[in-house]
Design a protein around this ligand. Structure first.
Ligand code: ADP
Length: 631
C-alpha cells in the first residue's frame, strides 16, 4: 500500500501560475506533449516485448483521448509501460522539475512556449497550462507492480496513493480549468490532435464513429448491411517517409501529397530523403507547381520529430531557397526546443542544410539526364527555384551549372556549355569576350531583337523575377563573358567587331546632323551621337547604357549607398543616329530647315514608337505630322 503526501522539491513556490501565464499563447501543445508521452510508453512496451523482456500479451496498442464535458476532463490513456510509484517520484516529481530553478530565472527571456517546455523538461507539466488538477492513474508492466495514483492540484504539493488500474498502462486525467474550457469542444480537440498527431506511429483514438458492415442477405438475396460503431482513429501510423523508396510507387507519393495538402494541384516531382549518418533524417520534399508568384507560400514544409509534428516554420533547417517546396522532414537530431540563434549555430542543422541542398541538386541532375524533354517542359516551374538556389548558394551553383537552362526568344533551351558553344563563332567581340544578348521584354524589344537576328545573333529571354541577379552571377562565374540587354546599345556596338563600318558623312556634315537632331528633340535626357552603322539599320536608335540601367534597377529594389546615388540620377538615353541611312542624306540635300527638323523629329519619334516610349502630346504631334507627310 503506497500512501504518501509530499512537496515537489523546488525552491520556488509558485511555478504553475507562471507556467500558465507565460505559456498561455501556445497552450495547445499540452496535448502534443501528453500524447507523445503516451506513444513513447507504448513503443517502449513494444520494444521490450521484441527483446523478450516482456512476455505477456501486448494487446491492441493504442492511445485514446476522451472527453467528459460534464466532469470537465480530458483523459489520455495508453497501454504502455506504465509507472510504479517509485518511477512517478523519479520521473514526474524530480526529473521533470530538474530544470525548474533555471526555468524560473530564464522564463522572462523566453519568447515562446516551445522554447521553455523542452529545454527544461516540462513536457508533462504543460498539462497545468490548461488544468487545475492533474491525475495519473497507472500500472507498470513489471511483474508484481502495484497500481499508483498521483494527484496534483497545480501547487507544489502532490499526493501519491494506491491506484485502481487493473491493466498495464496509464491514464492522465486533466481537470480543465475555466479559461481553457474551449478545449472541451470535440471539434477543437480533434483539430489539435490531427495537427500534432496525424502521423504518430501508434493509433490515436478519439471518440467513435459508425460504419456500415455487410450483414448477410435479405429474403430476396440482396446483401444486407448493419451499422457498427468503430474506434475513430485519427492518424496514419505509417506515413510514406518512414518507408523505403523501393516499397513505394508514384501513386503512393501522390496520395501522400493529397493527404498533406488536400485540394492542391499535383506536384511536379518529389525527392525522398533518407540519411542515417552523420545524423538521422527522413522526409519527402515535393516541388509544387507554381502558378504565380503570389502563390508562393513559405510555410509548407512540415517538420516532425519521430512522427510528432513540431512546426511548419522550417527556417534555418531547410535552405532558404528550398522553403518554397512542400512536404515533410522528420529528424530526431534537430534540436527542436531551442531558440533560433542556437539553431543557426548548431552543427547538425548546418549538415542537414547541406545535405538537403545536395540531395535536391542530385535529383534535379538525374531528372535532367534521364529525360531532357520532360525537364525542359518543367523548366517554367522549376527554373525559379534553381536560379534562386544558384544565386543564394555557391555549392548549389556548382552542381546546378550543368543543368540550369537558358531559354532564348524562340523557345529553345540550352545548358550553359551548349550556349557558350552556340554563340562562340558569331558573338565574340574584338576583345575576345563572348557577348550574350538578352531581353527582359521580347515584345517591347522586338525591333532590337530583329536587328540582332539579322546578324545571326541569338537573344536570350530573361524575363523572370530573379533574372537580374542570375545575370550578374553568370558574369562573375563565366570567363570572358558579358551579358548585354538588347536595348543597351546599337547592335554593332553591343558586339563590337574589328570591321568598322565607316560613316559616309564628313566631319562637318556630322556636326550639322547632330545640331539638327538636338534642336528637333530638344531634351537634355537624350544624348545624340552620329554613328556609322549599316545602311539597313534604323535611322535612329534609342538605348540606355547597360551599367547605368542595372544600377538604376538595383536601386529600385532598395540598394543603398552608391546604388541610391544612381537611382536618383534622371534617366539618360543615347540617341544613335545612323549616318549611313539614306534619310540622313535626304536631310542634308534639302536646304529648308523646317523640313530638315521635321524629318529628324519624325525619325526620332519612330524610334520612340518602336520601343513603346512615345506617349502623350509627343504621340499626338507624331500622328498629326505623319498625316501631313501623307499629304
Ligand atoms: P520527457 O517526455 O521529455 O522525458 P516529460 O515531463 O513529458 O518529459 O515526462 C517525464 C517522464 O515521465 C518521461 O520521460 C517518462 O519516463 C514518464 N512518463 C510520462 N508520461 C508517461 C506515460 N504515459 N507512461 C509512462 N511513463 C510516462
Amino acid at each position: 500500500m503506497i500512501q504518501e503526501k509530499g512537496t515537489i522539491s523546488i525552491h520556488t513556490e509558485n511555478i504553475f501560475p507562471i507556467i500558465k501565464k507565460f505559456l498561455y499563447s501556445d497552450n495547445e501543445i499540452f496535448l502534443r506533449e501528453l500524447v507523445s508521452n503516451a506513444v513513447d510508453a507504448s513503443q517502449k512496451i513494444k520494444r521490450l516485448a521484441s527483446l523478450g523482456e516482456y512476455n505477456a500479451a501486448l494487446g491492441d496498442l493504442k492511445v485514446s483521448v476522451s472527453l467528459d464535458k460534464e466532469a470537465k476532463t480530458i483523459t489520455i490513456s495508453d497501454m504502455g509501460i506504465g509507472m510504479t510509484a517509485e518511477e512517478i517520484k523519479k520521473y514526474i516529481n524530480q526529473v521533470a522539475f530538474s530544470g525548474a530553478t533555471e526555468f524560473m530565472e530564464k522564463f522572462k527571456e523566453a519568447k515562446d512556449a516551445n522554447e521553455i517546455i523542452g529545454k527544461f523538461g516540462l513536457g508533462f507539466y504543460s498539462a497545468f497550462m490548461v488544468a487545475d488538477k492533474v491525475e495519473i492513474n497507472t500500472l507498470s508492466y513489471q511483474e508484481g507492480a502495484e497500481p499508483a495514483r498521483w494527484i496534483c492540484d497545480g501547487s507544489t504539493s502532490f499526493e501519491l496513493v494506491a491506484g485502481d488500474r487493473t491493466t498495464r498502462g496509464s491514464d492522465i486525467v486533466l481537470h480543465i480549468n475555466e479559461e481553457s474550457a474551449d478545449f472541451l469542444e470535440e471539434g477543437k480537440l480533434s483539430e489539435i490532435l490531427k495537427k500534432y498527431g496525424q502521423f504518430l506511429p501508434i493509433p490515436i483514438q478519439f471518440g467513435e464513429r459508425t460504419e456500415s458492415e455487410p450483414d448477410g442477405e435479405d429474403e430476396e438475396g440482396k446483401p444486407k448491411y448493419k451499422e457498427v460503431t468503430v474506434d475513430n482513429i485519427i492518424n496514419n501510423t505509417s506515413p510514406i517517409w518512414t518507408k523505403s523508396p523501393s516499397e513505394l510507387n508514384d501513386e503512393d507519393y501522390l496520395n501522400f501529397y493529397r493527404e498533406l495538402y488536400p485540394f492542391s494541384e499535383e506536384p511536379l516531382f518529389w525527392i525522398h530523403l533518407n540519411v542515417d549518418y552523420p545524423f538521422n533524417l527522413t522526409g519527402v520534399l515535393y516541388f509544387p507547381k507554381v502558378k504565380n508568384e503570389l502563390e508562393l507560400s513559405r510555410n509548407k514544409i512540415k517538420l516532425f520529430s519521430r512522427q510528432v509534428f513540431i512546426t511548419d516554420e522550417v527556417k534555418d533547417i531547410v535552405p532558404e531557397f528550398l522553403m518554397l517546396l512542400h512536404g515533410v522532414i522528420d529528424s530526431p537530431d534537430i534540436p527542436l526546443n531551442v531558440s533560433r540563434s542556437f539553431l543557426q549555430a548548431d552543427g547538425n542543422v548546418k549538415k542537414i542544410n547541406n545535405y538537403i541542398t545536395r540531395k535536391v541538386a542530385d535529383k534535379l541532375s538525374e531528372l535532367f539526364k534521364e529525360d531532357r524533354t520532360a525537364f525542359e517542359e518543367k523548366w517554367k516551374d522549376i527554373g525559379l527555384f534553381i536560379k534562386y538556389g544558384m544565386v543564394s548558394d555557391e555549392k548549389f551553383y556548382d552542381k546546378a551549372k550543368d543543368f540550369v537552362l537558358l531559354g532564348n526568344v524562340n523557345g529553345a533551351h540550352f545548358t550553359m556549355s551548349e550556349y557558350a558553344e552556340k554563340v562562340k563563332a558569331e558573338q565574340t567581340n574584338k576583345e575576345g569576350n563572348a557577348i550574350y544578348l538578352y531581353t527582359s521584354d521580347a515584345a517591347k524589344h522586338h525591333s532590337f531583337i530583329a536587328s540582332a537576328e539579322k546578324r545571326g545573333y541569338d537573344v536570350l529571354l530573361m524575363d523572370g523575377p530573379l533574372d537580374n541577379h542570375f545575370i550578374s552571377q553568370m558574369e562573375q562565374k563565366l570567363e570572358k563573358t558579358q551579358l548585354k540587354r538588347i536595348d543597351s546599345d546599337v547592335i554593332d556596338k553591343l558586339v563590337e567587331k574589328d570591321v568598322v563600318i565607316e560613316s559616309v558623312l564628313s566631319e562637318g556634315e556630322s556636326k550639322t546632323v547632330k545640331e539638327l537632331f538636338d534642336k528637333a528633340i530638344n531634351k537634355t535626357s537624350m544624348n545624340v551621337t552620329i554613328e556609322g552603322l549599316s545602311p539597313e539599320e534604323m535611322p535612329v536608335t534609342i538605348t540606355m547604357d547597360e551599367f547605368m540601367r542595372r544600377m538604376k534597377d538595383m536601386s529600385k529594389m532598395g540598394g543603398g549607398g552608391m546604388m541610391g546615388f544612381y537611382g536618383n540620377l534622371p534617366d539618360n538615353y543615347k540617341v544613335s543616329v545612323n549616318g549611313n541611312h539614306k534619310l540622313i542624306k535626304r536631310m542634308l540635300e534639302t536646304t529648308d530647315e523646317d523640313t530638315q527638323k521635321r524629318l529628324a523629329r519624325q525619325a526620332f519619334d519612330l524610334a520612340l514608337l518602336s520601343q513603346g516610349m512615345l506617349t502623350g502630346a509627343d504621340l499626338t504631334a507624331f500622328v498629326t505630322r505623319s498625316v501631313d507627310l501623307i499629304d
